[in-house]
Design a protein around this ligand. Structure first.
Ligand SMILES: [Zn+2]
Length: 582
């Protein structure tokens, strides 16, 4: 079955054919790094992650290279780290700390690095793979200047009052992507009519920097230092990574389409003016008929039926949803599934009822895989020994312009078959869950409904939600690592977060405890109860074995690992005992 994608530019769903059968190239507009990303930002990241996974799967199947399976998929998602909002936020932070404005550039660097690190952690918790390249705007200023100079040289841009502007009138078919009537675009552009513009619709490619702001030597003809406008970075970086860097490995077919690539994606809010202007810059700069062959846009996201806005109090960051800041924490996988369940081009109304529905659904799927799938397959998944690929039905559904709803319906069918003791169906369900980024195999146990513990049953039912919240925290924040000390530290961190989660638990004399297998339970508050005794015994046994083997370094490492968990060992002639450090 062919992959078919809806193209915003041509308004139709077409069979996807890469320009170069050996290289599929995709560019998606990424975040402006000045604050935590909101859940509206999460939608394109998730949608294009699924497309990236599908493209890689089809590439491996040899769909485009005659069965060889050697097609490379390159996914570029930029990071906008030069922007007015970034400058303003950095200045605000300096002022709050009473620092001189002269430190602005250093503060901008701190702000953008910090925000980018948060963004990466957030989207990883949402089950998104890192793109092939995440280029930063500030590392591609030279490429932007070169493109701007080409545009000026070919009469598509002009210099005025230290700005460089794109002359929209120089491009007869400007506006094809958004298909907006000319007068509407002019009216929109009037908001920022500036005296140096020849035409109200002309947009900024380069502008002078204010003193103290980030600045670079300007393109030819401008003495004052300046910085790029927003749109130019995507034209310059997509060309750099998907044409210049790709050129040496392109086959003859790819080389006949210079400066073009396959898929350009982003949210529907970027169609105008951002993508319209990217097309204008790239096509006029490189004299090409198209910039990208398929333009894909995900629909708007609303919250509880309303447009998300800080003023409405329904502005939610990904971090708040994951960590439960000011609201219930949700596992990243549940957020991902909730977003995928609505077709990517449709507007999505994001709400608690949907999250709750998909949390139940996902935990049933994971349970049914765990209960009815075969142990050796589960083990192979854990250790990377099993081939993880989607069912034919799932790949086919997604190949129809990412029909995720149909793909999820197939998971439901597999789940129903699993309940009837169909081991193969259960295994297939597990594979699909991992392939779709809906189950991190190492954490799968966290979905199991083990509420056992030594707490009173009435408290367990009273705190069912708290236990579900705790499970979300474990799923999002526990770092499974090969390094035992790192795991122990991460678990200790999770347990600290859990004790802060529902302070009212304390008055009932209970606390939430997570163990290394991410099973959450409700336990009476005693130090003893907070300890995973079987894990301690396993470590003591491992240490004894290491000592027998005269591997004293390992024995000491295990002792330190236990100490990090707050456990002190006592070696006696009858063996090793332990107690809680005081
Ligand atoms: Zn862009």
């Amino acid at each position: 079955m062919d992959l078919r994608l809806y193209d915003t530019l041509t308004r139709d769903k077409r069979v996807f054919t890469p320009l170069d059968p050996a290289n599929v190239r995709m560019y998606v507009c990424g975040p402006t790094v000045y604050d935590f990303a909101h859940i509206g930002n999460a939608r394109p990241v998730i949608v294009f992650d699924v497309l990236f996974r599908l493209l890689r799967h089809l590439a491996k199947q040899g769909v485009w290279d005659g069965g060889k399976g050697e097609t490379t998929v390159t996914y570029v998602r930029n990071i906008t780290d030069v922007d007015d909002k970034i400058n303003a936020r950095a200045a605000e932070r300096l002022a709050q700390r009473g620092k001189a404005p002269g430190d602005l550039n250093a503060e901008i660097r701190r702000l953008t690095e910090e925000t980018y690190a948060n963004f990466k952690a957030d989207v990883a918790a949402l089950g998104c793979l890192p793109p092939t390249v995440e280029p930063r705007a500030t590392e591609h200023i030279e490429e932007m200047k070169a493109l701007i100079e080409r545009l000026v040289a070919s009469g598509h841009a002009y210099v005025a009052e230290d700005h460089v502007l794109f002359a929209v009138a120089s491009m007869p078919d400007y506006g094809r992507l958004s298909k907006r009537p000319l007068d509407e675009m002019i009216a929109g552009a009037r908001v920022e009519v500036a005296p140096y513009k020849r035409d109200a619709m002309d947009f900024v490619l380069w502008k002078p920097s204010k003193p103290g702001e980030p600045a670079w030597p300007s393109p030819r003809g401008i003495a004052a230092p300046g910085r790029p406008g927003w749109h130019i970075e995507c034209s310059a970086m997509s060309d750099h990574w998907l044409w210049t860097k790709a050129e040496p490995r392109l086959s003859a077919a790819g080389l006949t389409h210079p400066h073009q690539f396959d898929i350009h994606g982003g949210g529907v809010d970027l169609v105008f003016p951002h993508h319209e202007n990217e097309i204008a810059q790239s096509r006029c700069g490189f004299h090409t008929p198209v910039m990208a062959n398929y333009w894909m846009h995900n629909g708007f996201l609303m919250v509880e039926g309303e447009k998300m806005a800080k003023s409405l109090g329904n502005f939610i960051t990904i971090r708040e949803l994951l960590r439960g800041i000011g609201r219930r924490p949700w596992p990243g996988e549940v957020i991902r599934l909730t977003m995928l369940a609505t077709h990517y081009r449709q507007p999505l109304d994001f709400n608690e009822a949907k999250l709750t529905y998909w949390r139940t659904k996902l935990s049933q799927w994971v349970d049914n895989f765990k209960l009815f799938g075969s142990q050796d397959f589960d083990y192979a998944l854990w250790t990377g020994g099993a081939k993880i690929s989607p069912s034919k039905e799932v790949a086919e559904a997604l190949s129809d312009d990412l029909n995720a709803h149909e793909a999820l319906t197939h998971l439901d069918r597999l789940s129903s078959r699993a309940i009837k003791q169909d081991v193969a169906a259960a295994n297939e369900l597990g594979s699909n869950l991992i392939w779709l980024g809906l189950m991190r195999n190492a954490y799968a146990n966290a979905y199991e409904t083990i509420l056992a513990g030594s707490a009173r049953p009435d408290l367990i039912s009273k705190y069912t939600d708290a236990i579900l919240d705790a499970r979300a925290i474990v799923l999002n924040e526990y770092k499974f690592s090969k390094d035992g000390a790192e795991r122990a530290a991460s678990l200790a961190n999770v347990n600290r977060r859990l004790s802060d989660l529902h302070p009212e638990l304390r008055s009932d004399g209970v606390q939430l405890i997570a163990n290394e297998h991410a099973v959450v339970s409700l336990e009476p508050i005693t130090t003893e109860a907070a300890i995973d005794k079987s894990r301690i015994q396993a470590l003591i046994d491992a240490r004894a074995a290491a000592r027998v083997a005269k591997n004293f370094a390992e024995a000491d490492r295990i002792r330190d690992e236990l100490l990090a968990m707050g456990i002190v060992l006592k070696d006696t002639k009858d063996g090793t005992t332990w107690e809680v450090a005081r």
